[in-house]
Design a protein around this ligand. Structure first.
Ligand code: C2E
Ligand code: MG
Ligand code: MG
Ligand code: MG
Length: 277
């Protein structure tokens, strides 16, 4: 059959590859459609200090798929990155998060809240990234000092010079930066030294077994010491139990995010969570 298809044609006869390619193509078409139909929405997970006061929220994107229901970002963010659809999606996420910041600023504790927004490598690497963020801030009227951008280590390693430039430019406007999933990527300490970061986010994989694995405890202590020595705040993510919360506190951690305090909340749930009762 391959011969009949012609000498210069590449044929895939592996049904597994074909099925995967088809599934990816369908996902891409659905993502595109989802964007134009407004099927995406943001959830918000509170971040708390040692006293239990909410200091910020992290925006986490969700896809309300007409047939499949709520789809988790782990399933569609990689495809959105591969296809470039993360660019319009990422822009929408920034706009929505900034609009929410403005709505929160009118509320009882809203004035002091930070909004953390995850930014993908492809999005951050766009030459117009800084201008885009500033444009969204300006048109929404959100206070740049309330916006915190979460980056991952792998993203910074690829072009450290331009990453530093972009971070510095936005920091001049008051925007903060957090390094997400810290400890799981590829960045070296010399990169960390040069990056003007405001926050390190201890990856949840280190928090998960904190009470059972002395190596995880050692890593958390090392990150705390690093943050302290470099003047960078540290937050722990994926905190699920009071025991983890207490042990993190004994390590010197004063900022927390996780199911122990709250799951990611819809906009309505967030406003209820923040209202005094
Ligand atoms: P992330 O930025 O590290 O977000 C933390 C993830 O951990 C979220 O999953 C959150 O719901 C989950 N989580 C929070 N607390 C706990 C806990 O106590 N226990 C456990 N087991 N999990 C907890 P989610 O929302 O499914 O997001 C997964 C990843 O998808 C995010 O990891 C982030 O890398 C990406 N993502 C989510 N939203 C966005 C977005 O708006 N833009 C981009 N570029 N990526 C996003
Ligand atoms: Mg994050
Ligand atoms: Mg994370
Ligand atoms: Mg993660």
């Amino acid at each position: 059959q391959a011969k009949a298809a012609g000498r210069n044609m590449v044929c895939f006869f592996d049904p597994k590859i074909q099925a995967a390619a088809l599934a990816r193509a369908m996902l891409e078409a659905e993502l595109r459609q989802g964007l134009s139909r407004g099927e995406f929405l943001l959830y918000y997970q509170p971040q708390l200090d040692s006293e239990g006061a909410v200091t910020g929220v992290e925006a986490l994107v969700r896809w309300r798929h007409p047939q499949r229901g709520m789809v988790s970002p782990a399933e569609f963010i990689p495809a959105a990155e591969d296809t470039g659809l993360i660019l319009p999606l990422g822009r929408w996420i920034l706009e929505e998060a900034c609009a929410q910041l403005v709505r929160l600023a009118g509320g009882p504790v809203g004035q002091d809240l930070h909004m953390s927004v995850n930014v993908s490598a492809l999005q951050f690497r766009q030459p117009g990234f800084v201008a885009d963020v500033l444009a969204v801030l300006a048109s929404s009227g959100a206070d740049p000092r309330r916006l915190k951008i979460e980056l991952t280590e792998s993203l910074l390693v690829e072009d450290i010079e331009s990453a530093i430039d972009k971070i510095q430019l936005l920091k001049r406007h008051g925007v903060c930066f957090s390094l997400d999933d810290f400890g799981t990527g590829y960045s070296s300490l010399s990169y960390l030294k040069r990056l003007p970061l405001d926050q390190l986010k201890i990856d949840q994989s280190f928090v998960h077994n904190l009470l059972l694995d002395a190596r995880d405890l050692a890593i958390v202590n090392a990150i705390m010491a690093l943050g302290q020595a470099m003047g960078i705040a540290v937050i722990a993510e994926g905190v699920e139990t009071q025991a983890q919360r207490e042990l993190l506190g004994r390590c010197g951690c004063t900022s927390f995010q996780g199911y122990l305090f709250s799951r990611p909340l819809s906009s309505e749930q967030l406003h209820a969570f923040l209202s005094p009762h």
